[in-house]
Design a binder for this molecule. Structure first.
Ligand code: ADP
Ligand code: MG
Length: 724
């Protein structure tokens, strides 16, 4: 089967991409019910009121909903759409949909129907989606409700088109069952808190939006080879595989020319993305062989999150057409880089100011420093919760694995800003005339920052000129959770900041700027331990971070605890984002997800050992043993039989070790299954089961290196990574 798969993979030709559109302008957002479509398909009043609803978050009444549904239906039908679905993001971390037809039979004819009610709310039930105990079976109703701030779109499959309506998913009693509902709350709260602070500097600011640009890394491998690997199919990563002699050590793949078949695939999914209004712009080879990256232009955060989810769906589907399988797993291959999803995050006012961009005068720099330092404080105070929001069985392989940001949550801000913060902390005033002096005045920041190009790739959270970049997010994970946490933390912090500043102004009759600087100075002192400019991959940092009292939570079960810590419960409760039972539910779901993923990996390791690795190894062992017998019988001197004997010994040793270790792991797995709480199970799966995988793999990989290639049935690393 392996050789058959290789034959298929090697004979593939690049697939031509449809030339349906010749210009991006015509293609862009043609499948989105956007402003243009609304203007053409809605009457003036309806159009105005939906625009207002989107802008101010006002309610959409029944009559209006009916009008909008009717316009949306007309638009979609004209494009050949037959079904519609509420599109939502349940706690599985993927997207979910349940399609309904526009057509209803009536008196023997098909009548088109799509009411305002069907647009606004649905009850998909969906009781099998995870709820962490929030939905008891007798009251298991779950509702989806329209999110008008993310436009409806048409998803095209080869044999049909579906109108997708972005929605939130909540329980009958109002608890969030998805990732979007809390994200939307956090966006709204941050808007208000940031706008309040903003008005210290700019009185005309009414709204502050959050922006997000997502860089998505992925691997691409041939589908025929993929289908020969149960580990890839079931777990998204290889559990075995002897390293290819050449992988990324020559650095020849990074930014190299893109192979034809891959290029066509990229163009194809990018076109599909553009049709859905996803502003994809950047494509390139990544560091590891077979690894690539795609980055769209940043957008409003809710839209950016939806678009990233949608993009992943598209990439997966289009890959199929090109004979590829796209891998979003954080660590599909041992020994080479894993994949991440960099979240570029910033705050933009409705007057067009990027609040994380240093300005060109003292006023705008006071504003910049305010938001910059508050972000640091928000991150510092909630580092554990942020760590929890990116935790998963798959991301554990990446965080701290000497190639990705460590599990220690720190911030990189660059040498110039480090100096600025030091000056503020020590209350150093710039000396007149000598600008190149060791002090940097607030007014000087922009010029200096322009040359400040040092970028630290090892930091989980880095300031990159006009935005912060959260790099620790896993490539397969939705950005919704970490972004919700970042927004919530920032909101909570900005509310506190305003209280602190107003307090100083009222009590001590301080001037505004003095009060702001005094508060910021205090924050710098409190939080500077989280700032780190050095090499995050180094062992020295682990020791140093420990001294500084920073957490280093390396496995998911330990990291997840922050979801239910007192601090989180208080903050999320005060903000009205989560009730304690909602946090408990999320904690439970994440633990269960972790436990199940490791459980599946354990099963596949067991199964592949017995049905793939051992059969090949035993066959080879017999071949060599027969050979030894024949040689001994031939009367050759003993010395001449030594090589065969050594091979036989080596193979036999690994066979024995492999079997013993797999059996032991299976026993541990059974013990873990019998534990009575999900906390204990997840911990046991981490400490007793997952911990054995590398050791098991060591012997299997040694066997792959020893056994006759023609007996080996699992596609090898060099084939998976280099055939395209
Ligand atoms: P790099 O790989 O050097 O980090 P890329 O160009 O690949 O840079 O990606 C940078 C991402 O940051 C893009 O998605 C870009 O649109 C986004 N970005 C730029 N400015 C902002 C901003 N103000 N807010 C959020 N994202 C931004
Ligand atoms: Mg980046």
């Amino acid at each position: 089967m392996r050789f058959k798969a290789l034959e298929i993979a090697l004979s593939r030709q690049p697939i031509e991409v449809s030339k349906e559109f010749s210009r991006v302008q015509d293609m862009y957002a043609c499948n989105v019910f956007n402003d243009d479509a609304m203007q053409s398909y809605l009457d003036k009043d309806t159009y105005k009121s939906i625009k207002k609803a989107i802008k101010d978050g006002t309610k959409i009444n029944r009559t209006m909903a009916t009008q909008i549904a009717s316009g949306m239906k007309a638009w979609a039908m004209e494009k050949g759409v037959t079904h519609y679905t509420h599109w939502f993001q349940p706690l599985t971390g993927t997207t979910a949909e349940k399609h309904d037809s526009f057509f209803e039979p009536q008196d023997g004819r098909a009548v088109v129907k799509f009411s305002g009610d069907a647009l606004v709310q649905q009850e998909p039930d969906a009781s099998s989606l995870p709820s962490g105990g929030l939905r008891n079976t007798f009251e298991a109703r779950g509702y989806t409700a329209w999110d008008p701030s993310s436009p409806a779109f048409i998803y095209e499959n080869t044999s049909g088109k579906t109108l997708c309506i972005p929605t939130v998913f909540v329980s009958y009693t109002g608890e969030a069952l998805d990732y979007k509902a809390p994200l939307l709350k956090s966006i709204d709260l941050l808007d208000k808190a940031a706008a309040d602070v903003c008005r210290y500097f700019y009185t005309d600011v009414k709204k502050v939006g959050t922006s997000l640009g997502v860089e998505q890394e992925y691997f691409l491998i041939d589908k025929a080879l993929y289908n020969q690997r149960p580990d890839l199919i079931m777990c998204g990563r290889t559990l075995f595989g002897y390293a290819a002699a050449k992988n990324q050590q020559m650095d020849d793949h990074y930014f190299g020319s893109i192979p034809d078949r891959v290029f066509n695939y990229m163009v194809d999914f990018e076109n599909e993305a553009l049709k859905l209004g996803i502003p994809v712009r950047t494509r390139h080879n990544e560091v590891a062989p077979g690894q690539y990256e795609c980055a769209p232009q940043f957008e409003e955060i809710n839209l950016a999150v939806d678009h990233n989810q949608l993009l992943m769906d598209l990439m997966d589907e289009v890959a199929n057409k090109h004979g590829f399988k796209v891998l979003f797993h954080e660590k599909p291959f041992a020994g080479i880089n894993g994949s991440g999803k960099h979240n570029n995050w910033s705050l933009l006012t409705d007057t067009g100011i990027n609040l994380l961009s240093p300005g060109n005068n003292p006023l705008s720099n006071m504003s910049f420093l305010t938001f910059f330092i508050n972000t640091i404080k928000a991150f510092h105070d909630n580092a554990d919760l942020l760590r929890a929001s990116i935790a998963s069985a798959s991301n554990d392989h990446r965080l701290g694995a000497n190639e990705a940001p460590p599990a220690i949550m720190s911030i990189f801000i660059g040498s110039t800003l480090t100096k600025v913060l030091e000056d503020i902390e020590n209350n150093i005033k710039p000396s007149k005339g000598k600008t190149e002096d060791k002090t940097i005045s607030i007014a000087q920041i922009p010029e200096i920052l322009l040359d400040n190009t040092d970028r630290n790739r090892t930091s989980p959270f880095a300031f990159t000129g006009n935005k912060f970049e959260l790099r620790a997010v896993g490539s397969s994970k939705s950005c919704a959770s970490p972004m919700m946490v970042l927004n919530a933390a920032m909101t909570y912090q900005l509310i506190q900041f305003k209280k602190d500043v107003d307090g100083l102004m009222a009590k001590k009759e301080m001037k505004k700027n003095d009060a702001i600087l005094t508060v910021l100075r205090g924050y710098i002192k409190e939080t500077k331990r989280v700032l780190f400019e050095g090499n995050g991959y180094g062992e020295a940092w682990v020791i140093e971070a420990k001294k500084r009292g920073l957490s280093n939570l390396r496995d998911t079960p330990s990291a997840l605890h922050a979801y239910i810590s007192d601090r989180t419960v208080k903050m999320m409760g005060d903000l009205g984002i989560f009730k304690p039972q909602e946090l408990k539910a999320r904690h439970h779901i994440e633990l269960e997800d972790y436990m199940k993923k490791v459980q599946i990996e354990g099963r596949i390791i067991d199964e592949m050992t017995y049905t793939y690795v051992l059969p090949a190894a035993l066959q080879y062992q017999k071949m060599v043993a027969d050979n030894v017998v024949a040689l001994n019988a031939s009367g050759l001197p003993k010395k001449q039989v030594e090589a065969s004997m050594e091979v036989l010994e080596e193979v036999s040793e690994h066979i024995n070790a492999l079997k013993t270790k797999v059996d032991r792991m299976v026993e541990e797995r059974k013990k873990a299954n019998k534990l009575d709480t999900i906390e204990k199970q997840a911990k046991a799966y981490s400490d007793k089961v997952n911990s054995e995988f590398d050791d098991i793999r060591y012997h299997a990989d040694k066997l792959e290196r020893l056994v006759d290639d023609s007996l080996w049935t699992i596609p090898k690393y060099r084939e998976l990574l280099h055939i395209k």
